[in-house]
Design a protein around this ligand. Sequence first.
Ligand code: TUI
Length: 315
Amino acid sequence: MIKSKICNLLGIRYPVFQGGMAWVADARLAAAVSEAGGLGIIAGMNMNGEQLRAEIRKLRALTDQPFAVNVMLMSPHAAEVADVVVEEGVPVLTTGAGNPLTYMKKWTGAGIKVIPVVASVSLARMVAGRGATAVVAEGGESGGHIGEANTMPLIPQVVDSVDIPVIAAGGIADGRGMAAALMLGADGVQMGTRFLVAKECHIHENYKAKVLAAKDMSTMVSGRRLGHPVRALKSPFARAFAEKEKDPTVTDEELNAFGTGALRKAVLEGDEEGGSFLCGEVAGLVKKEQTCREIIEEVVSEAEALLRAAPQRCM
Ligand code: TUI
């Protein structure tokens, strides 16, 4: 069985994290992943402090396994959320879309294991020096907000730069991706897109159908002009946003206003016209709806079989 340092550090059975996807990763999804032996992560992005507190308590009613909360640092509620995770005694935190240094002392001082999502060697080094337990190194193949580096070059460079475990994210949706990530030196993987179609993932059926129908060229990146590139499925909204982005008569404020609420519309309403269906480049590999347990066990056993068979394949 694939076991790594991160399993012992966090008390989880498999080195598999579920991405803390905004509007998507609620208590029901995170609890199912944690019950199946991975690390379930609640997205703090779309909640204020009190909503997050309720979600954490809901998860605790569903599982006694370790779990995490993702603090999206660009969220208007980030400061409030940063306090609630301490008050609620959350065991593990991931952060995203920014530099978490402002909060590191508060969190590590409260005994929380902090695992920032990083998109560069420099941020990985910085947080490792401030008490991070591990990092998730995320390549630009990911869905949602992305950095500039891709997974294949990013992971080994981060691995070489820090002496804490590195979890690979971006472009991983099956055992082949997991085996490759482990060979790059990662200690585990984080997957978002594969969990979008989990049975316990309560997004609109239109969203799941779009992910299941996606092919290799189905995603695109927009938002560079605003300083936060985002990968999503090609859609009327994503194309319109990309067009407006190129138009110098459209101000940044207008562009921001155009994007506001689009993710909520995709997740809750399945709005095919106005929704932003965030999704990773691996969507073309995601073929069926499964339980979180089936997903985790399938990915881990595929990876294990591949790694065992590696000498026959290559030598
Ligand atoms: O955060 C994510 N993915 C997200 S957040 C999100 S909500 C959103 N919606 C619309 C527009 C913008 C955001 C949807 N998806 N992943 C973690 C992640 N963090 N990916 C990349 C980064 C990152 C990038 C640059 C982290 C740090 C960083 O630089 C920080 C610095 O100051 O050096």
